[in-house]
Design a binder for this molecule. Structure first.
Ligand code: SF4
Length: 352
C-alpha cells in the first residue's frame, strides 16, 4: 500500500479523484500534512467528510510505523520507526529519529525556542565506523525521500523545531537525491529555513563539491574524528585512502562557494583520539581555515570497546585548540539514559 507522502502531486490528485474528490483537494491534503502538521484525516475539516472517510481507509499518511519511543530524563525522545523492506507488511527495517528539547523551555524574550531534531538518511550505514552502533549492522537500503520527510513531520508533532540535523543513521551524501528532495519540502513547505538545517557527512570530496553547487544554502558538518591519516582510515573505514587534506580542501571549497563555514565534528574517544598529540596535530590541520570544531565526548555503546573521555579531558582539548586560534565548542550528549548512542535503539530492536 502506498502512502500520502510517497505520492507526487499528479499521483495524489489521481488518487483523490478516484475516490470522489476534486484535484484541488490533493493540494489541500499535502498542505494540511506538511505545512500545517495535521496528521489525522478527521481533523482536515477543509475537505469533504466523505473523502476523508475514504482516504482514512485507503491511504495512510505515512509509510512508516512507530515501533518504540525511548525517553530520557532530560526530555530527549528517540523514536524507533520501521519501514517496509519488501512486499510483506511484517518484513521491515528500522530507523531512528531523535527529538531533543531545548535546555530551557523559554528564552529571555519568552519565545519558545523549539527542539533540535536529528534524522536518519539511510537504514543502516555503509561507512562502518567501529565506535558506532549504526555501523555494526551495515547498510540495509537508502531511505526514500518521503521516509526522510516523515521523520521531520513526526518530530515536529512532538514539539516545535528550531533546528534539524541530518546526523542520524546513514551517510547523507550516499543518498543525496532523496535527501535533497526531502529537505526541499522541509524548507519550502514546512517553512524551516535552510540555515537551520545541517547536513553531516564523513566528507566524500567529489560529492561535497557537487553539494556546494546544488544545495549551497544548508549548513555543513564534516566528521573528521582525527587529524591522522592512518587513524582516520581505521575510524572512518569508507574513507580509507582518501587523504585528510583532500577532505579539508573540499571543506575550504564549500566555504568559498557558499560563504558558510564548515563545522568539523570530532567524537572524542577516551584514550584513543583525545590526547595532546591529537590536539596539536588537529590545530596544525585547521589553523588559518575558516571553520569551527565541534567536540563530542563519546556516548558509550555496550557492544563496542570505546570509552567516554576522562572527566576534564574534553575541556583541556578544547582549551588547547582555542589557545591556538581554532574555534572549538563541546557538544555534551543529551539523553544518556535513553539509549542515546546513535543506532543503540535500533541495535536493541534487532536483538544485538
Ligand atoms: S558514525 Fe555516522 S558515518 Fe559512522 S557508521 Fe555511524 S552513522 Fe555511519
Amino acid at each position: 500500500m502506498t502512502s500520502l507522502l510517497a505520492l507526487g502531486p499528479d499521483a495524489l490528485a489521481d488518487f483523490v479523484v478516484e475516490r470522489g474528490g476534486q484535484r484541488f483537494h490533493a493540494k489541500a491534503l499535502r498542505r494540511n500534512v506538511v505545512a500545517r502538521g495535521v496528521l489525522d484525516y478527521e481533523a482536515m475539516t477543509d475537505l469533504p467528510a466523505s473523502l476523508r472517510a475514504r482516504l482514512a481507509e485507503d491511504l495512510p499518511i505515512f509509510a512508516g510505523r512507530l515501533d518504540a519511543v525511548s525517553e530520557a530524563r532530560d526530555g530527549t525522545r528517540k523514536l524507533l520507526l520501521s519501514f517496509p523492506r519488501g512486499r510483506s507488511a511484517e518484513d521491515r527495517l528500522a530507523v531512528e529519529t531523535v527529538h531533543i528539547p531545548p535546555h530551557k523551555p523559554l528564552d529571555g524574550d519568552g519565545d519558545p525556542r523549539g527542539a533540535t531534531l536529528c534524522v536518519s538518511s539511510q537504514a543502516g550505514c555503509p561507512v562502518g565506523c567501529p565506535f558506532c552502533a549504526s555501523g555494526l549492522l551495515g547498510l540495509e537500503r537508502n531511505l526514500e525521500h518521503h521516509e526522510i520527510l516523515e521523520q521531520f513531520l513526526r518530530g515536529r508533532d512532538l514539539g516545535a523545531l528550531r533546528r534539524v540535523v541530518v546526523m542520524g543513521i546513514g551517510e547523507p551524501l550516499l543518498n543525496l537525491e532523496n535527501l535533497e528532495r526531502a529537505l526541499d519540502a522541509v524548507r519550502d513547505e514546512m517553512g524551516l529555513g535552510a540555515r537551520k538545517i545541517t547536513v553531516s557527512t564523513v566528507g566524500f570530496p567529489g560529492r561535497l563539491r557537487r553539494l556546494a553547487e546544488s544545495s549551497p544554502r544548508f549548513q555543513l558538518a564534516i566528521s573528521l574524528h582525527t587529524p591522522f591519516q592512518e587513524e582516520r582510515d581505521h575510524l572512518v573505514p569508507a574513507m580509507a585512502g582518501v587523504p585528510v587534506e583532500d577532505v579539508l580542501a573540499a571543506g575550504d571549497h564549500w566555504f568559498e562557494t557558499t560563504g558558510r563555514e564548515v563545522t568539523y565534528e570530532y567524537v572524542l574517544l577516551g584514550g584513543v583520539n583525545d590526547t595532546p598529540r591529537h590536539a596539536e596535530a588537529l590545530t596544525d590541520r585547521l589553523r588559518g581555515r575558516r571553520c569551527g570544531v565541534n567536540l563530542i565526548p563519546y556516548n558509550p555503546t555496550p557492544e563496542l570497546p570505546y570509552a567516554r573521555p576522562t572527566s576534564g579531558d574534553p575541556e583541556a582539548f578544547q582549551e588547547f585548540l582555542r589557545g591556538r586560534g581554532v574555534v572549538a565548542t563541546i557538544r555534551w550528549s543529551r539523553g544518556l539514559d535513553g539509549a542515546a548512542a546513535c543506532g543503540q535503539l535500533r541495535l536493541d530492536a534487532a536483538g544485538r
